[in-house]
Write a new protein. Structure first.
Length: 456
């Protein structure tokens, strides 16, 4: 059979309150054209993020009932630790309440002012935590990786030559860690090949540098390896994940993505001395070392989710859903970032709204219009998120002006996707009427979360 359907049945539903265009226009104006500030009850289809928005399974809910809420060394901690070690193989596991907490802990311990941290591409919170320490976050994605029109299997790969040049230029003493984000969220959710992970590992070995993976979507990355990279077609998804981790010294994870939960994260690593330093900082700011800001029931849900995410029926459906949405938008001549990644379809706002320059934030303008047109909440990944003002006060736009349509896991059906395509197509037909935006309030850090805008 050619039809790939959801490998689950729906046994609980949440009503969606239908809204009018007038209601949505009032809501977006009140929110300062920032989708993060729109009340969720006014959103029809919420594609702001796939982080923490998954629908949990019956087994996850059942596991939560078993949650042991003892302050230290609860049963739930051991279930969580065992599940993380089973997938990652790392010796030390440190729970955190979400991924950015893991990043803050890691860089607060290993990073000093003036250092640089190379990556294929840092995402927003990783970059912010590095820069908060007075360091530079450097991106070395392969040529073509940022080009929405280039078709390649692993556009998320690290540019090995540029990584090595960075190490030679800065010296190993200025590089606390090399990061590799799998999948590469900031560049269209593109996967990283196993061979590229091996090559990155080899460079780190030559210079004595640790390699950490940002693995919020590790299982989705492993599926692309299975589908696209020679030698992996007959391997189990779990074994591919385990090999990915085997080339790293540690990882940070937002469990709110591929662990299929609503809250949680962790750091896992092999370095015992570093683990002790991280745990000391964890106790200071997050909680005791065996709960890290999470309830026992959250630890249980993560443990179960890590087992479910490597189920190949689930992952086949997950990746097919994203690919199918992208295919329909391509057929309608909607400019998107191709090929589609694992968790989202990215509209190319630069080509969608060519009349808007970067300083009028075409991605943010498109986000606002999607909500007004159809109650779709998305997020800008462009010049609001990554643009900056240079020393002469000129605005420098981001490499791409993208709008991410992130699909929550196990939440929306094919009919929701039908409606989404209809909204995007109708908006594209009147795209020349869309006006740009300017800052009303520009937040000093991670400005896409709290900044507000006015129409130009």
């Amino acid at each position: 059979m050619k039809t790939i359907f959801e490998p689950f049945r729906i046994k609980m539903v949440e009503p969606i309150r239908m809204t009018t265009r007038e209601e949505r226009l009032a809501a977006i104006e009140q929110a300062g054209y920032n989708p993060f500030l729109i009340p969720a009850e006014k959103v029809l289809i919420d594609l702001l993020t796939d982080s923490g928005t998954s629908a949990m399974s019956t087994d996850q809910w059942a596991a939560m009932i078993k949650g042991d809420e003892a302050y230290a060394c609860a049963r739930s901690w051991y279930a969580f630790e065992s599940a993380v070690k089973d997938i990652t193989g790392f010796a030390h596991v440190i729970p955190t309440h979400q991924g950015r907490a893991a990043e803050r802990l890691l860089f607060s311990v290993i990073a000093k002012e003036g250092m640089v941290v190379p990556s294929n591409t840092h995402f927003d919170t990783t970059r912010a935590n590095i820069e908060h320490r007075g360091c530079r976050a450097l991106d070395f994605v392969v040529p073509g990786g940022e080009d929405p029109e280039v078709i390649a299997d692993f556009k998320g790969n690290m540019d090995i030559a540029r990584l090595e040049e960075c190490i030679k230029t800065n010296g190993t003493e200025k590089i606390p860690v090399v990061m590799l984000t799998v999948t590469n969220n900031a560049t269209g959710g593109q996967p990283v090949s196993m061979e590229n992970i091996r090559q990155t590992r080899a460079v780190c070995d030559r210079y004595g540098l640790p390699l950490f993976l940002d693995v919020a979507r590790f299982a989705e990355n492993a599926w692309f390896i299975k589908m696209r990279e020679p030698g992996f077609a007959d391997r189990s998804l779990k074994s591919i994940c385990q090999e990915m981790f085997s080339y790293a010294d540690g990882c940070t994870m937002s469990a709110k993505k591929d662990a299929l939960v609503n809250i949680g994260g962790f750091i896992a690593l092999n370095d015992e001395k570093l683990a002790v330093g991280l745990k000391n900082m964890l106790i200071l700011t997050e909680g005791y070392a065996t709960y890290g800001g999470l309830a026992g029931r959250d630890l249980e849900a993560i443990a179960q989710g890590l087992k479910e995410v490597v189920d190949e029926d689930y992952m086949r459906y997950r990746i097919h859903t994203v690919a199918s949405l992208a295919e329909r938008l391509n057929q309608a001549n909607i400019p998107i970032f191709n090929p589609p990644g694992g968790h989202a379809v990215y509209l190319d706002a630069r080509r969608f709204l060519p009349h808007l320059p970067p300083e009028q934030f075409p991605g943010q303008a498109l986000v606002a219009e999607l909500f007004i047109e159809g109650g779709i909440r998305a997020v800008e990944i462009g010049s609001v998120m990554f643009g900056y003002w240079d020393a002469d006060g000129r605005f420098v736009g981001a490499p791409n002006e993208l709008v991410r349509l992130a699909l929550p896991r196990r939440v929306y059906t094919s009919s929701h996707m039908d409606y989404l395509v209809e909204v995007v197509v109708e908006l594209h037909a009147r795209r020349h009427q869309v006006r740009g935006l300017k800052f009303r309030y520009e937040a000093p850090v991670l400005r896409h979360f709290t900044s507000t805008f006015d129409r130009v």
